[in-house]
Design a protein around this ligand. Structure first.
Ligand code: COA
Length: 194
């Protein structure tokens, strides 16, 4: 599984966003993502603030910093933390695959509640998928999300992911959606000379 290639970029810029590695200043935002009832509505519910604060106090940002394919989404002008976007590998141990061996690329996204509804998750996801499409061979990319998570499903569909099935996990129905990585190639193609 470790041998499977990952996106190598450590920083990606878009019109409104800077995708970068986590910094200590992001801890308040990272705590918010774990404890906000709306953000966690389809992710098993909010975690107790005291436990999350204790975790970050002890471990800092090590759980998110420097992991290939793991980005903080920050405002391009202010560098303020907006959320996280991860393009990693879905472990074969988990349910929800489109290949026999598992380990497919998997996209996931979490934005602060105050940043929903502005197209920012779509902008961040498109940039990361385009960068991955330019670097990695064509392969399936998964999105796995609770079927009840309408915003997440809508985003996946808007990005071009196709619903391929459902399964039960964490006491809820999960939807498995897939896209071909190289379907994102043309979207990043720079316009040629006129
Ligand atoms: C899933 C999640 C990232 C989606 O966020 P989002 O802001 O709805 O997603 P998008 O970036 O696609 O934005 C779409 C919305 O922005 C609006 N929008 C405004 N300006 C826009 C622009 N320039 N471009 C695109 N959309 C724009 C769209 O109309 C749409 O609004 P609507 O949903 O009210 O119709 C967010 O709800 C979230 O963090 N949820 C909690 C975490 C979670 O469950 N993650 C899923 C695990 S994989």
């Amino acid at each position: 599984m470790n041998a499977l290639p990952m996106l190598s970029a450590t920083e990606i810029s878009t019109d409104r966003l800077r995708l970068r590695r986590a910094q200590d200043a992001d801890i308040d935002g990272l705590i918010e993502l774990q404890t906000d009832p709306q953000v966690r509505a389809h992710l098993g519910g909010p975690r107790p603030r005291s436990a999350v604060e204790q975790y970050f106090g002890a471990n800092g940002i090590s759980a998110v910093a420097g992991k290939p394919g793991t980005y903080v989404i920050a405002d391009k002008d202010t560098d303020r933390f907006i959320g996280t976007l991860v393009l990693d590998r879905r472990s074969a141990d988990l349910p929800g695959h489109v290949t026999e061996e598992g380990g497919e690329l998997e996209l996931s996204y979490l934005l602060r509640r105050g940043s929903w509804g502005a197209g920012l998750a779509a902008e961040a996801a498109t940039a990361v998928l385009c960068a991955a499409a330019d670097e990695l061979p064509d392969q399936p990319v998964l999105v796995v999300t609770q079927t009840a998570n309408e915003r997440s499903l809508k985003l996946a569909t808007r990005l071009g992911f196709r619903h391929v099935g459902t399964f039960e996990a964490y006491e809820a129905e999960q939807t498995l959606a897939v896209a071909r990585l190289h379907s994102f190639r043309t979207r990043s193609a720079p316009s040629g000379p006129r």
